[in-house]
Design a protein around this ligand. Structure first.
Ligand code: WT7
Length: 630
C-alpha cells in the first residue's frame, strides 16, 4: 500500500503485516467512522450478543452524562463466555496461566465458563445480589479473572484493588465502595517471596466496617488467620452442592454499572471511576480487535495486572469478548533470571506482547544476550502503555525483541477512557514515542489556555472532543467531581490531565501529566495519597511529594518532610517513613528519597507549590513565583 511521506523517524509496516491485518486501510476506516460515528459503533455492537437491542446508539441529552446503546439488554460475562460455547471455541484455550513457581494451569472456554458459574454461585450463597459491591484483592492468578466475571454474571459491581496496594489504600477503597464481600487470596508469589495479602486485608478490615464475608482463595498455602463466621475458604464452598456449574445470569441494562476502579486524581482521595455495561463492552471489544489484530490462532499476552484498567479491559474483558487465547503470568519479569519472559514467550508461542515502557527499560538493563538465547519468532505484534516510551527503549523493543518485523502499538488511554484512545493499528506507519493518531472517529486536540488549537509541535492541554463508548460515566457517588474534574476546564470537552504536542503529520506526542498525578513505573499515584500516608506517621507534621525523572521507573517519588517538635532528623527515621508509606499505600508508593526540611514553598492560600520543589531539585528556574507566600 502507498503511504504518504511522513516527517521524522518513521517505520512503515511491511506488506506481510498489512496483508494479515483486520484493518488494512486506516484512513478509509477513519473516514467511515467520521461520516457516521453512531453507525460505526452500531456496526461493531452488532457483532456481539444482546437480549434486546438499543433505541439509540448515543444519547447526549444530558451532557456530560452520556449514555450509550440506551435500553439495550445484555450480559457482558455471557458475551465473554457463553456465546463461545456454541462454536468451536468451546474447546479452545481461553487462558494459559503460569505461576511464578512454575505452576501451570489452562482453561478452555468450556472450563472457564464452568468455573465462573461456580464462583458466581458461591457469591450468591454469600448473599451477593445485583448492584452489590464486591472488592477483589488478589495476585495474578486465574481466580481473579473468575471473580470478576462471576460478578459480571450476577450483576454485582466489582472493585478490584491492585495486589501491590497495602493497608490504608485497601481499607479506604473498601469503605468508599461499601463492599459487602471481600475476595482475597491467602498470598501472592512475587520475586520468590510471598506477599501476605490476607494479613494485609485483616489489618485493613480493622479500619472499615462494611464487609460481612471474606472469601479466601488458597494460592500459597501459608498459615493465615481465619475469622470464624466472617472468613470462608473458597475451595470449601466451591465443593458444596450450591456451587454447581449452572448459574442463572442477570439480564443487565446498557447503563447498569459493570465495575468501579479507583484511580488517583488531582486532590484528595482516589476516586472511583464508574464503567457501565454496553458501551464499555463494545469499546474494548472493538479496540482490541483492530489494534492487537486478534486472530483465532493467536496467543496474546498482556503483561499488566488485572487490578489496573489495562487488565480489566485487555486481560479480562477484551480478549474473552474476542474469543482469544490469553496468557497470564503471576510473578516478576526477572525471576529467577532476566530471561523469564523470553522463556515463556518461546515456550507458549506468544504472538502478541503488550507491556509498559518501565518493564522494557528494566529488561533492557540486563543486556540483549538474555533475549537472544530464546526463539521469539512467534511474536508478530508488540504493544506499550502507561507512560511515554523513550525512543531508545522503543528501538530496543523493536529490534531486539521484535526483530524489526513486529509493529509496536503505543496505546494512549486512561482508567477513565476505558479503551485505547490514541493508538496505531498494525497497518499504520510508526514514529518511536508517538501513539500516532486518535482511534477512528474520535476527535482529540492539543489546546492552549483558551481552548484554541496550538500550532504543530507546540505544547498544550490534551482534550477529547467526541464521546466514546467506553467512557467513564461518573465518579461513583460523586457526580459533581465528575463534572468539575473532567468537563469544566473546557466546556463540553473532556480534560485528560496530560500535556501533549501534535506534529505536522497530526501525530500526537504525550509529554506527561499536568496535575498532581505521578506515574511511577507506569502506576498512577497521587501526591495526596503519599503525603497523607506520611502525615499519618507520628513524627511528621507536613509533607510534600513530587516525581523526578528516573531511568527505569520513568518517575521516582521524592518526599519533603517537616518533622513535629521533639523528633530528630536521621537516616533511620527517613527509612522508617519510607517503610511506613509502603505499609499504608503499597511498595510502589515508597519514596525513593526523603528530605527533611524546615518549611515548604506555599501559595498565600496555603497550597504547596510542588513545581517549585521540582524545579529546585532539578536545578531549574522555578518560573513565576508571584503567588509564593513570603
Ligand atoms: C495516564 C493514565 C495503564 C493503562 C492506561 C493508563 C499515561 C498512558 C500512555 C502512552 C504516554 C501514557 C498518561 C495518562 N499514559 N498510556 N501510551 N503514552 N502516556 O491508565 O493508570 O489511568 O493512567 O497514563 O499520562 O493520562 P492510568
Amino acid at each position: 500500500m502507498h503511504h504518504k511521506q511522513l516527517s521524522g523517524e518513521v517505520y512503515y509496516p511491511s506488506s506481510e503485516v498489512i496483508e494479515r491485518a483486520h484493518i488494512k486501510n486506516w484512513d478509509e476506516l477513519n473516514e467511515t467512522a467520521k461520516k457516521d460515528y453512531p453507525g460505526f459503533w452500531e456496526k461493531m455492537a452488532n457483532e456481539l450478543h444482546w437480549f434486546q437491542k438499543w433505541d439509540k446508539v448515543i444519547d447526549d441529552s444530558q451532557k456530560p452524562f452520556y449514555k450509550w446503546f440506551t435500553n439495550a439488554k445484555l450480559n457482558v460475562a455471557y458475551n465473554c463466555l457463553d456465546v463461545h460455547l456454541k462454536t468451536f471455541r468451546r474447546n479452545k484455550l481461553a487462558l494459559i496461566w503460569e505461576g511464578e513457581n512454575g505452576d501451570l494451569r489452562t482453561y478452555s472456554y468450556h472450563a472457564l465458563h464452568r468455573e465462573v458459574c461456580k464462583f458466581a454461585n458461591v457469591l450468591k450463597s454469600l448473599g451477593v445480589n445485583k448492584g452489590d459491591r464486591v472488592t477483589i484483592y488478589m495476585g495474578r492468578i486465574p481466580e481473579i479473572i473468575m471473580a470478576m466475571l462471576a460478578c459480571a454474571r450476577i450483576g454485582a459491581i466489582h472493585s478490584v484493588v491492585y495486589g501491590g496496594f497495602s493497608v490504608e489504600a485497601l481499607s479506604e477503597r473498601i469503605e468508599d465502595s461499601q463492599s459487602k464481600v471481600l475476595i482475597v487470596a491467602d498470598g501472592a508469589y512475587q520475586r520468590g517471596k510471598i506477599v501476605p495479602l490476607k494479613q494485609i486485608a485483616d489489618e485493613a478490615l480493622q479500619r472499615c466496617g462494611t464487609v460481612e464475608n471474606v472469601l479466601v482463595v488458597r494460592r500459597t498455602g501459608q498459615q493465615i488467620n481465619m475469622e470464624q463466621g466472617r472468613d470462608m475458604w473458597y475451595h470449601e464452598l466451591v465443593n458444596l452442592p450450591i456451587a454447581n456449574q449452572n448459574c442463572a445470569l442477570e439480564i443487565m441494562d446498557a447503563e447498569d454499572p459493570l465495575f468501579i476502579l479507583y484511580t488517583s486524581g488531582t486532590t484528595g482521595k482516589p476516586k472511583a471511576i464508574l464503567h457501565t455495561q454496553a458501551g464499555y463492552m463494545v469499546g474494548v471489544y472493538t479496540t482490541l480487535k483492530f489494534v492487537f489484530d486478534i486472530h483465532e490462532e493467536d496467543r496474546y499476552w498482556c503483561a499488566a495486572d488485572p487490578g489496573w484498567i489495562t487488565g480489566h479491559s485487555y486481560i479480562v474483558y477484551g480478549p474473552l469478548l474476542n474469543g482469544a487465547t490469553s496468557f497470564l503470568y503471576e510473578g516478576a519479569p526477572n525471576y529467577p533470571y532476566p530471561n523469564r519472559w523470553w522463556q515463556m514467550i518461546e515456550k507458549y508461542g506468544i504472538n502478541i506482547l503488550y507491556t509498559a515502557p518501565t518493564a522494557i527499560r528494566g529488561l533492557m538493563r540486563f543486556g540483549e544476550s538474555w533475549v537472544l538465547r530464546h526463539d521469539l519468532s512467534s511474536l508478530r505484534l508488540l504493544g506499550t502503555v502507561g507512560e511515554p516510551i523513550n525512543p531508545e527503549a522503543w528501538r530496543w523493543y523493536y529490534k531486539v525483541v521484535g526483530k524489526e518485523k513486529c509493529p509496536i502499538m503505543d496505546t494512549w488511554w486512561q482508567t477513565e477512557t476505558g479503551m485505547f484512545m490514541i493508538t496505531p493499528m498494525p497497518s499504520v506507519p510508526l514514529k518511536p514515542g508517538s501513539g500516532t493518531r486518535p482511534f477512528p472517529g474520535i476527535e482529540m486536540d492539543v489546546v492552549d489556555e483558551n481552548g484554541n488549537s496550538v500550532k504543530p509541535n507546540e505544547e498544550g492541554y490534551l482534550v477529547i472532543k467526541t464521546p466514546w463508548p467506553a467512557m467513564l460515566r461518573t465518579v461513583y457517588k460523586d457526580p459533581e467531581r465528575y463534572v468539575n474534574q473532567y468537563w469544566s476546564r473546557f466546556d463540553g470537552w473532556y480534560l485528560t490531565g496530560d500535556s501533549a504536542k501534535k506534529d505536522e503529520d497530526g501525530y500526537f506526542w504525550i509529554i506527561g501529566r499536568v496535575d498532581d498525578v505521578i506515574k511511577v513505573s507506569g502506576y498512577r499515584l497521587g501526591t495526596a495519597e503519599i503525603e497523607s500516608a506520611l502525615v499519618s506517621h507520628p513524627a511528621v507534621a507536613e509533607a510534600a511529594a513530587i516525581g523526578l525523572p528516573h531511568e527505569v521507573k520513568g518517575n521516582a517519588i521524592y518526599a519533603y518532610v517537616i518533622l513535629r517538635n521533639g523528633f530528630e532528623k536521621s537516616s533511620q527515621l527517613a527509612e522508617e517513613l519510607r517503610q511506613h508509606v509502603a505499609h499504608e499505600v503499597g511498595p510502589i508508593a515508597k519514596p525513593e528519597h526523603i528530605e527533611f526540611v524546615d518549611s515548604l514553598p506555599k501559595t498565600r492560600s496555603g497550597k504547596i507549590m510542588r513545581r517549585v520543589l521540582k524545579a529546585r531539585a532539578l536545578g531549574q528556574d522555578p518560573g513565576n513565583l508571584s503567588t509564593l507566600e513570603e
